[in-house]
Structure formats: C-alpha cells, structure tokens
Design a protein around this ligand. Structure first.
Ligand SMILES: Nc1ncnc2c1ncn2[C@@H]1O[C@H](COP(=O)(O)OP(=O)(O)O)[C@@H](O)[C@H]1O
Ligand SMILES: [Mg+2]
Length: 452
C-alpha cells in the first residue's frame, strides 16, 4: 500500500515506517482524492499547499518511482469540482469561463517561466506539464522540507549573516530571472522552501511576468508586508526593484521575526522600524542596505538584484575588516611630524590621516624601500603628458623603454601605490549619494578624508 503522506510503499501496516503517519485527514470535496492518477503516470497524495489559484499535492511518478509535487490549476471562487469524474468546472457566472481560461493560460506561463530556469540551484525544477480534467497540471521535483514561513515560526529568528547566507542562492537566481526579462512578483517566506539539507529554493511563479508586459492586471493576490506599493497600483511601475523589496522584506522577517508594515500604510506614515530598534545585532552598513531595499518609493530604492547583492557583500566585508575606531588603542595616531606622506589620489582609499594603514601585509614594502621620491601615479601622469606632447611613434619606443626601466622608477618609500588595489571596496563607498537618504546612509561620507 502506498502512504499518501510521503508516497513510500508502506506495505500492509497502518503506520508508515518512513514518515510515521497513520491517518490522513479526509480531503475536501474540491480536492483530488488521494490515489487519483493524472497524466497517466502520477499518483496523487496529500495536499501540500493551497493558494488562490491552485492546489499542490505530493505525487508519485509511477515510471521513475520518485516523489513529485503536482500543482493543479484551481481558481478558488471561479470553479468547483465535479466529484463524479474529478473535472474542474468554471463557475457558471458572467465572465467566469473567460476568466478561468485566461487563468489557465497564465498557469502555462508559470510552468514555462520555471522551466526556463531548470537546474538553477535556487529555483524548483519543473518536470512536466499537461492538461487533464478540464484543468492543467505542473509536475515539479518534490522538495523535502518546509516552507520558510513554517520554518521561521518553528525556529524563531535568524542572525543577519545566517539569513543572508541562506537567501543568497535565491537572490542570485533572481538576478538570472531578471536578466531573462522576468520578474517573480510574489517573493515571501511561504514561496521559499527550506530544504532538509539547509538550502532554500524559490517556488511559485504564479505571479511572474515579463517586465515589458503592459497588462498590469491586479488579479494576483498580494502578500501584505512583502509586496511593495507599486504592486497595489494599476499604474505602478514594476521591475526588478519590486523583487528587491520583497526579498528584503523576507530578510527583515527572518532577522526580526516581524513582517514589515504593509507598503500601502507606509506611503501614509512610514513607521517601519529598523531591525536594530528590535535589538537585532546588525552592522549599520548592512542595516542601511536592507532599508535601502525596503524604500517605499521605487525611485528611492535599490534598483536591481545585482546592486543589492553587491551592497550586501560590501557591508559584510566591511564588518569583518578592521574598523578605524580612534578610541581603539591598537590604532595609535602618528605624531604630526611623522605623518606618512600620502598622495591625495591614494588618500581616498586609506583610513583618515593620522591612522596607520589597517592593511597588515604589504608584499611591496621591501621593493618600495629601495626606491625614492614621487608616487607611481605622478610618474605615469608625467609619462602620459609626455606621450601626448610627443607621441611614441615619433619619439621612438626607446624613450618609453627608458621610462619603464625599474631603475628609473621613482617611488615614495612611505606611500603604498597598491593600497587602492588591495582595498578596492573603499573606492566604491565614496560614490555620491545625491539626496537619496537611503543611499546617504550607505555611502556615509564622514570617513572621507577630504571632508575633514
Ligand atoms: N516542489 C514542491 N515540493 C514540495 N512542496 C511544494 C512544492 N511546491 C509547492 N509546495 C508546497 O505547496 C505550497 C503551495 O505551493 P505554491 O507553488 O506556493 O502555490 P500557491 O499558488 O498555492 O501558493 C508551498 O507553500 C509548499 O508548501
Ligand atoms: Mg505560494
């Protein structure tokens, strides 16, 4: 006998030796009865989940003998099931049949959207699609685990770093989805599966659509707290930033245990508290990035998943690298007389004057000690000035060779011309933030040596 809870062959015993479940609750009249067969090869088991437009069952692929998840198109309120033959019938009311058919086409779009990302680690794999019982079915790999909403309910909050590590594969997959011109539009903990091995996968492309699609139908159900304000408006401009908001809201939920205030309410009065206000241990940098992703207005928000990932990674490295805290005694200020010379173009990438470089090992220190005066950059400036005035094809390569001869190189013994190369992150930090308050929080100019 098949256990309709886990789809293992359990033999003649009542209690399944695999999942230890004895009895399944009776299925509701609108659901398929366990043991039904669809697509001539999939046995239907218990219901895994049910949303506005579909019912997802566990199933067994009788040919390959593997469990699968089977999602059936079933728009609640627009259809019912004929229990004599399992057929799904659109409700007999004006416009219902047209709506039903349109939804079924959308369901195929959902399957095709997922199928485009087959084998993408952060996305559930689609195995099959077919029509039957006057409705349609998507067959997916069965993900063994619980959805993130249930996982968080059971396990409580996560550390920011842990939550980011967990969600990063989904963020990277979203980057690919966006590159392909698609937006998911329904990211939330209940559409992310937390697998038993600790990894996560994104499911439910039921609301996905092409960016360029002008049909901004509101017929998808919005998840309060996860859907940004543009999804509530017919004319709201949706794009990758829409998914950025939802994934940041999901991160927020993971680390605070709270669903963010509903976006529409935030447009009147933005009372969204920062995670640190709940006592979450999070660096200012990381918190600023999270709040940037959760900016109410699209124009204030982080625009792409690529940018979000980059900012998160920068914020995390920032936290791990040494901090330039004047009160930290390990960073004694130089007496003014011994302040190291630092050409302005390099000062940009270095800690404020008066503090030694936090970069411990400098493979070029010895090399630089042997040579004198001027900086690398100044040297190359002179070189290029010369070539503008006196192009090399006329003056001859000889000059250039001479100039490039290491013995002719003049390098300041104290300045480190490689500083910029060894801490390129610092350079990015000093991007102008304009008057966007979220960006200003990230690109904090107070540690800019020129602003002192
Ligand atoms: N491939 C899968 N493997 C295991 N469980 C799944 C799978 N797909 C969906 N589920 C479960 O079914 C629930 C509903 O599926 P989902 O695709 O989100 O449909 P809905 O449109 O009803 O929200 C999910 O929250 C999850 O618990
Ligand atoms: Mg769902």
């Amino acid at each position: 006998m098949l256990c309709y809870h886990c789809m293992h062959e359990k033999g003649d015993v009542m209690t399944c030796p695999y999942c230890h479940v004895t009895n399944l609750p009776d299925s509701a009249p609108h659901q398929l009865v366990p043991g039904s067969i669809v697509g001539r090869r999939y046995v239907i088991g218990r219901v895994l989940g049910e949303g506005g437009f579909g019912i997802t069952y566990i199933g067994l692929d009788m040919i390959l003998r593997i469990p699968v998840a089977v999602k059936e198109y079933f728009p609640h309120g627009y259809s019912h099931r004929d229990q004599t033959n399992s057929r799904v019938i659109p409700t007999d009311s004006a416009g219902s049949t047209a709506f039903y058919q349109k939804g079924k086409d959308r369901f195929l779009f959902e399957a095709r959207s997922m199928a485009r990302f087959f084998r993408e680690p952060g996305i559930v794999d689609v195995r099959d699609f077919f029509e039957e019982n006057n409705t349609a079915y998507i067959v997916m790999e069965y993900l063994e685990g619980v959805d993130l909403r249930h996982y968080l309910r059971k396990n409580g909050v996560m550390q920011p770093k842990e939550a980011i590590e967990m969600l990063m594969p989904v963020m990277r997959s979203l980057e690919k989805i966006h590159e392909a011109g698609l937006i998911h539009r329904d990211i939330s903990p209940d559409n992310i599966m937390y697998l038993n091995n600790g990894s996560v996968k994104l499911m439910d492309f039921g609301a996905a659509r092409d960016f360029e699609d002008d049909n901004k139908s509101l017929s998808v159900m919005l998840k309060p707290g996860y859907a940004p304000e543009e999804q509530y408006r017919k004319k709201g401009e949706q794009g990758p930033w829409t998914d950025v908001y939802a994934i940041c809201a999901t991160l927020y939920r993971c680390i605070t245990g709270k669903t963010p205030t509903e976006a529409l309410d935030r447009t009147y009065e933005d009372d969204l508290q920062r995670p640190s206000e709940f006592g979450v241990e999070i660096s200012t940098e990381l918190e600023s990035v999270l709040m940037y992703g959760l900016a109410v207005r699209k124009s204030d928000r982080c625009q792409s998943m690529t940018e979000l990932i980059r900012l998160i990674e920068e914020a995390l490295t920032e936290k791990e690298s040494p901090q330039y805290q004047p009160e930290d005694l390990s960073y004694q200020a130089y007496p003014a007389s011994q302040e190291p010379y630092c050409p302005p173009e390099q000062a940009y990438f270095q800690p404020p004057y008066g503090y030694p470089s936090p970069i411990p090992e400098d493979p070029y220190a010895e090399l630089r000690g042997d040579r004198l005066s001027d900086s690398f950059n100044g040297f190359f400036d002179k070189l290029s000035d010369k070539f503008v005035a006196d192009p090399p094809q006329q003056s001859g390569a000889n000059e250039m060779q001479q100039a490039l001869d290491p013995d002719n190189m003049l390098i300041n013994p104290d300045a480190d011309p490689y500083a910029a190369l060894r801490s390129p992150k610092k350079q990015k930090k000093h991007k102008p933030a304009g008057d966007n308050p979220y960006l200003q929080a990230i690109y904090d100019d107070t540690d800019d040596p020129f602003s002192h």
